[in-house]
Design a protein around this ligand. Structure first.
Ligand code: AMP
Length: 397
């Protein structure tokens, strides 16, 4: 069966068509600047040329219509008709406490997702628009929602409650939810598979280090803690997000700089992280690594502070699980930066971690990067959220 995987943002939409038997991506692409002047669609069939077309996309329905047209195009398409698309899997960012698993989408589910909108005001409404547009254009095709938060719903109370008056949990459901769940689930399972160890027998820490970054603790196949919180702002230092800070800084800064809550939130989300720490050099680790090697003091500080925070979370989660067997690195930085992995692992001597630098230099494969006698194993496992969404979709339909 061919599964169309849709990841819909407010002005962009990523898609992949995946064959569920071969688990290969048959075509993929991206619609950008939806509803904005200069919108364009990029489309790449597997083994074919990437093509980019600048064309008007006043809304998401038009974007999805163009995606379906590209997939069925006589010359460059990969399927003859929409009937060859068996189901659609939608990434949905926030499922609140309602969704601990993926679900088949119907009107009731849509209403329940909408009820989570205020927990993720930047993401969920866009996800819903994408679902709505797909339902209009493919009315008979089953659709599945796969939530970023679902995998973390197994966390125990002591991991998800904040030290706030409990009435705010009871009234507004303010608690830790965690994100990147599809990736944490995929990577922790895949690592067990590669090691040929039962998933349920492992204590694994997954470090998803991308532009957004989070760590999770997976004990016996269940997530027991994760670093992102009510929103994806908490936890690690990220590309542009601050991660954990003293909450009193917000008031202090607001007074000093005469800024509103919205302006402060914008700084914490868009101007902080390694971008802010590097004195606005870059949020991209390729640039920061360049700076690090050239001796740029800001870049060095950004890289070291980033790695230190990751190492602190690993320590915390080793404590939370009363031990750790395996540490996995994944996502853009985790998969591609031997330097970041080295900086993090330098803190992990107490866990008996020893890194094999030759393996650490390799790229693009599931690989153990610790030495054979390393007490805790360390791996790089490339994440594949689209494949994980396609698998969930097939499982449900
Ligand atoms: P993601 O959010 O998982 O797509 O990760 C994107 C980030 O990965 C980029 O912003 C870069 O910081 C980082 N990245 C990608 N390629 C490399 C590389 N070769 N070396 C270091 N960092 C990289």
């Amino acid at each position: 069966m061919n599964i169309l995987v849709i990841n819909c943002g407010s002005s962009s939409l990523k898609f992949q068509l995946i064959n569920s038997e071969s688990e290969q991506c048959i075509a993929k692409g991206l619609c950008e600047r939806i509803g904005i002047e200069g919108s364009r669609i990029t489309y790449t069939p597997a083994g074919g040329e990437k093509e980019q077309t600048v064309t008007a996309m006043p809304d998401h329905t038009e974007a999805i219509r163009l995606v379906l047209e590209a997939l069925t195009n006589e010359k460059t398409g990969v399927v003859k008709s929409l009937e060859e698309i068996g189901a659609v899997g939608h990434r949905v960012v926030h499922g609140g406490e309602k969704f601990a698993e993926s679900v088949i989408i119907d009107d009731q589910v849509l209403a329940a997702i909408e009820a989570c909108n205020e927990l993720a005001p930047l993401h969920n409404p866009a996800n819903l628009i994408g679902i709505d547009a797909c339902r209009k254009l493919m009315p008979g095709t089953p659709m599945v929602a796969v939530f970023d938060t679902a995998f973390h719903q197994t966390m125990p109370e002591e991991a998800y409650m904040y030290g706030l008056p409990v009435e705010y949990y009871e009234k507004y459901k303010i608690r830790r939810y965690g994100f990147h769940g599809t990736s944490h689930s995929y990577v922790s399972r895949r690592a067990a598979e590669v090691l040929r160890v039962p998933y349920e027998a492992l204590k694994t820490i997954v470090c998803h280090l991308g532009n957004g970054a989070s760590v999770s603790a997976v004990k016996n196949g269940r997530c027991v803690d994760t670093s992102m919180g009510l929103t994806p702002l908490e936890g690690l230092i990220m590309g542009t997000r601050c991660g954990d800070i003293d909450p009193a800084i917000m008031e202090f800064l607001a007074h000093k700089e005469n800024k509103s809550i919205d302006e402060i939130m914008n700084i914490l989300n868009k101007k902080s992280g390694v971008l802010g720490l590097s004195n606005y050099l870059s949020s991209d680790f390729r640039d920061l690594e360049d700076g690090y090697h050239k001796g740029d003091a800001y870049a060095i500080c950004a890289m070291k502070t980033f790695a230190y925070r990751v190492a602190k979370y690993i320590g915390a989660y080793a404590a939370a699980m009363n031990g750790v067997d395996l540490i996995c690195f994944t996502a853009g930085v985790g998969e591609n930066s031997p330097l970041v992995r080295t900086l993090v692992c330098e803190y992990l001597g107490y866990l008996g971690v020893a890194v094999d630098q030759e393996a650490n230099g390799k790229r693009g494969e599931d690989i153990v990067i610790s030495t054979p006698d390393s007490r805790t194993k360390v791996m790089v496992v490339p994440t594949n959220e689209e494949l994980a969404i396609a698998r969930e979709t097939v499982r449900l339909v």
